[in-house]
Design a protein around this ligand. Structure first.
Ligand code: AMP
Length: 352
């Protein structure tokens, strides 16, 4: 039969850190210590496992314990305490089939309760503390897993990473493509500066502007559904022919928004929550809450016309809700889509 590693250590075929030796027993330091003090007390007689201990070995096995106590005293761990472990066969975690007893000490090893027994026998140095940490870690990981799963299935899912939206400002040129050739009073100077070719605003046009804008006033919703509420086609008389720009999303100012509202063929979307929408919204808007837009894609696709500019607003500021809606529409080839960044906050302050 092939010799075990301990037999080869006993015969000095293999070196080891020997701490004690007599004619019957040898004590070596464990090559992979699981505690500050980790010794192996090995009888020289070949006894593969505890199961093989015979009548004539009883005294020898008793001697292992006496030597263990002596070694504990020698290493200064006797008073604090230590652990003796003898593994047996596969389930016991035995790897060297030559009877030996582990002497472990030099740190608190914890109690041998049900959860620590496994660790104490297979990896003797694991204390109750590390067991508890392990249990807590498992619990936290399971909780995180459940949270991720729940979030993934939830239509109101929280985005783990704040999405980066395309935030490109529209130019007056972008707007001019879709509106009749008029300018609101506040955009006039800006337009003239950027686009000398634009006709100066006339008094008549200015009056038309004011009138048209007044049709898009803030309103309090009564009992309208989103689709019913969307009027979407109230361009002023001569809105230019619509040229689709699939996937184009631009952010717009109040003045641009007003120009598009009054002079373009458009579909207006309020991306705020249904509650906020019910409290008040821009006349003619349909409500598609940006936080739940993924669950309303079929609804969106059947209601939002493809031959109109899409205007979206929410509370204003970062406009994440509007961008969520815009992103979905963009994926389905809609465009141009204009996001009014002033949103409801600016709209209501300007319309007072
Ligand atoms: P067991 O798993 O209970 O059979 O324990 C065997 C122990 O022997 C392990 O803790 C090993 O780290 C240790 N061991 C294996 N080879 C050597 C070696 N050459 N010198 C010292 N300890 C060893």
């Amino acid at each position: 039969m092939q010799q075990t590693i301990f037999q080869r250590i006993i015969t000095r075929e293999i070196p080891a850190a020997i701490e004690y030796e007599d004619e019957e027993i040898i004590v070596i330091r464990d090559i992979a210590p699981s505690a500050p003090v980790h010794l192996l007390i090995i009888p020289k007689r070949v006894i593969p496992t505890i199961n093989d201990i015979a009548e004539e070995d009883v005294q020898l096995v008793g001697k292992i314990h006496c030597i263990a106590a002596n070694m504990a005293r020698k290493f200064g761990i006797a008073e604090q305490g230590y652990r003796l472990v003898t593994n047996c066969n596969d389930y016991g975690g035995q790897t060297v089939f030559h009877l030996h007893t582990h002497l472990l000490g030099g740190e608190p090893l914890g109690r041998m309760n049900s959860s620590s027994v496994t660790h104490a026998t297979t990896t003797p140095s694991r204390s109750i503390t590390s067991t508890a940490v392990f249990d807590v870690a498992v619990f936290v990981l399971v909780a995180i897993g459940l949270a991720i799963g729940f979030n993934a299935m939830n239509p109101k899912a929280i985005a783990w990473i704040k999405p980066e939206f395309e935030r490109q400002l529209a130019t007056q040129n972008d707007i001019n493509k879709y509106v009749q050739n008029t300018a609101s009073p506040t955009t006039q100077t800006q337009q003239q500066a950027q686009q000398p070719q634009v006709q100066p605003t006339t008094d008549t046009a200015r009056k038309t502007t004011t009138l048209a804008v007044n049709t898009a006033t803030a309103t309090t919703a009564q009992s309208t559904t989103a689709a019913q509420n969307a009027t979407s086609t109230q361009p002023a008389a001569a809105a230019p022919a619509f040229t689709p720009e699939p996937g184009v999303v631009r952010e717009i100012s109040y003045d641009m928004f007003v120009r598009l509202l009054e002079g373009s063929k458009h579909y207006l979307i309020d991306a705020r929550s249904a509650e906020k929408f019910a409290q008040g919204h821009i006349n003619g808007a349909a409500n598609y809450f940006g936080g739940e837009v993924q669950s309303r894609i079929p609804d969106l696709l059947s209601n939002v016309p493809r031959d109109r500019v899409v205007l979206i607003y929410c509370d204003g500021g970062e406009c994440e809700l509007s961008h969520h809606v815009a992103d979905v529409l963009k994926q389905f080839g809609y465009g141009p889509i204009f996001i009014y960044t002033g949103g409801w906050a600016e709209w209501t302050s300007k319309r007072k």
